[in-house]
Design a protein around this ligand. Structure first.
Ligand SMILES: [Zn+2]
Length: 236
């Protein structure tokens, strides 16, 4: 009889412990659900992606060489590997997928090539520091940065589709130009202004991503080859 009672107590205790153990992992999602701000959803079908350009052979091929102008007038291409694709981003257990151009807040940001606007965060609301903390904690627990978290870290954005699966993304903007989704822009069109939305800890800079299908340009490159590949994207 005593043995049975002990067994029941043990089950009760173990059950309580199991419930207690599950609470911390549930917390971030719950907190985020309570006060998640509105922000522009990630476009899912707006691009002209085709399966053949999304494969990993496309990530660093020469098709894109010379196709772009610098997105900030007079800017220099960063040579610091920490500002280039592939750099570790330990604070979110992730990898950098873009090119960072440090610049003063408000500096005009230019379309890097002719294309069609597929995203413009006109009514953008940044997340709070507390919401960011919760999301970054979750990323560290997971060991990678979930796509919605990465999107919010990029802050206020404009995306331009250049056809054949090639898309440029302009992130951390302080403001966007009066653009509409579907509008054609040409290389050099002002599309927004430099800021630090989404991740103010990084200081004001433009984060430019050159996407090819689901991949980012520079994936798989490193060191001098990466610096060379990035510099060849831009007309001198
Ligand atoms: Zn960046």
């Amino acid at each position: 009889m005593i043995r049975i009672v002990l067994a029941i107590v043990a089950v009760a205790l173990f059950g309580a412990a199991a419930v207690a153990a599950s609470v911390p992992s549930a917390r971030p999602a719950d907190s985020a659900a309570i006060s998640r701000p509105r922000y522009t959803p990630i476009p899912t079908t707006a691009t002209s992606l085709s399966p053949d350009v999304g494969d990993r052979r496309a990530r660093s091929d020469g098709r894109l060489y010379g196709r772009f102008v610098l997105p900030i007038e007079g800017a220099e291409l960063p040579a610091d590997l920490d500002l280039l694709p592939g750099a570790p981003r330990d604070y979110r257990a992730g990898i950098h997928e873009g090119i960072d151009f440090p610049a003063d807040p408000g500096t005009p940001v230019l379309a890097a090539a002719d294309g069609t606007v597929i995203r413009v965060d006109a009514s953008f609301l940044d997340w709070t520091r507390e919401q960011q903390d919760v999301a970054l904690f979750e990323a560290m627990q997971l060991g990678y940065t979930p796509a919605p978290t990465l999107d919010r870290i990029r802050g206020r954005q404009v995306w331009i589709d250049h056809g054949r699966g090639v898309v440029t993304r302009y992130a951390h903007l302080s403001a966007v130009a009066e653009l509409s989704v579907g509008e054609r822009v040409t290389a050099g069109t002002v599309i927004g202004a430099v800021g630090s939305s989404g991740y103010p800890q990084g200081g004001p800079h433009l984060h430019l991503e050159v996407r090819i299908g689901d991949d980012y340009f520079g994936d798989g490159l490193s060191g001098d080859a990466l610096v060379r590949g990035i510099s060849r994207l831009f007309r001198s």
